[in-house]
Design a protein around this ligand. Structure first.
Ligand code: SF4
Length: 291
């Protein structure tokens, strides 16, 4: 990595040998937890669970982050590429259906080093907020089987309100266009390769969600769309009155109805009962059970 980091669209130029950038992280990779995750989409968690690795830090920093302690770099242990390769092997031995890398883009050089040490025998999932530089995705492309971007905001006004970034959709839409080209393949209902574009519906923001769904439909890509309804009030939202409640069935239905009206057939929808804290992993370091 050059002395000044410009890995992600923030391009903050931090000298990460000495101090963290906006992502909250220095050069060394840090991980909070790993284990089998049973609550991803059924074709991802499948029978035994997704072998999920939660990294520390995040360049986007949504105020309502559902994994707030991770994204604010409040926890985590340093892991070398050798150690992460060992974790991949351990997850495989635990029976993981895949290796699921959650918010890892700010550690790109170390990830590439890890893959040069060990290529998992099971699919590798790249789970991202989609605020990515396409050049970074191209570098990762040979090692990733399933792209799992969460396309969060359409309007610059909304993304600025919740992240401070007006250019979220400008970057994320290009990143999703790249990832969504991956053709899906399955074996007995388990996804082996492809792309699932997620979208978390926020309270009082279903209009923005509808714009996302229409944009996705116009892509005419082979990707799946997953409309998520599990938002719960979390994070630093004291000054955001609209974020103090879960979404209503009517808000969720509006977005799903739009997806159906747009003719999107590759679609995942949720029961709103999944909007409970029980579905957020336990990040205490003591166990490999994520829930
Ligand atoms: S990865 Fe982190 S340090 Fe690098 S540009 Fe993005 S926010 Fe800044």
């Amino acid at each position: 990595m050059s002395a000044q980091c410009n890995l992600c669209p923030v391009r903050c130029g931090a000298e990460r040998d000495a101090a963290p950038g906006r992502c909250g992280e220095k050069n060394e990779m840090r991980m909070v937890k790993y284990g089998l995750h049973p609550y991803e989409e059924p074709c991802i968690s499948f029978r035994k669970g997704s072998g999920t690795v939660f990294f520390s830090g995040c360049a986007l920093k949504c105020v309502f982050c559902q994994n707030f302690d991770l994204s604010r770099s409040r926890s985590g242990e340093e892991v070398s590429p050798q150690r992460l390769a060992g974790i991949f092997r351990e997850l495989e031995e635990m029976g993981a259906e895949n290796i699921n890398l959650v918010t890892a883009s700010h550690f790109l050089p170390k990830l590439l080093q890890t893959f040069s040490l060990y290529r998992p025998k099971i699919p590798v999932v790249y789970n991202t907020h989609a605020y990515e530089d396409v050049r970074a995705l191209r570098a990762l492309d040979p090692y990733i089987d399933i792209w799992l971007p969460d396309l969060k905001y359409f309007s610059p006004r909304v993304s600025e309100r919740y992240t401070g970034r007006v250019d979220y959709f400008a970057f994320a839409s290009r990143a999703v266009e790249f990832m969504a080209q991956r053709r899906p393949t399955f074996q007995e209902g388990k996804m082996l390769s492809g792309c699932i574009v997620r979208h978390l519906v926020l309270p009082l923001n279903s209009g923005d969600s509808v714009q996302i769904v229409k944009w996705f439909a116009a892509l005419h890509s082979p990707a799946y769309l997953s409309v998520m309804g599990q938002y719960i009030p979390c994070g630093e939202i004291a000054n955001f009155p609209e974020l103090q409640r879960k979404i209503t069935p009517r808000e969720y239905r509006r977005v799903v109805d739009c997806a159906l009206a747009e003719g999107i057939e590759n679609l995942f929808v949720q029961e709103l009962s999944s909007a409970e804290k029980d579905f957020i992993p336990d990040f205490s370091p003591s166990s490999r059970n994520l829930f």
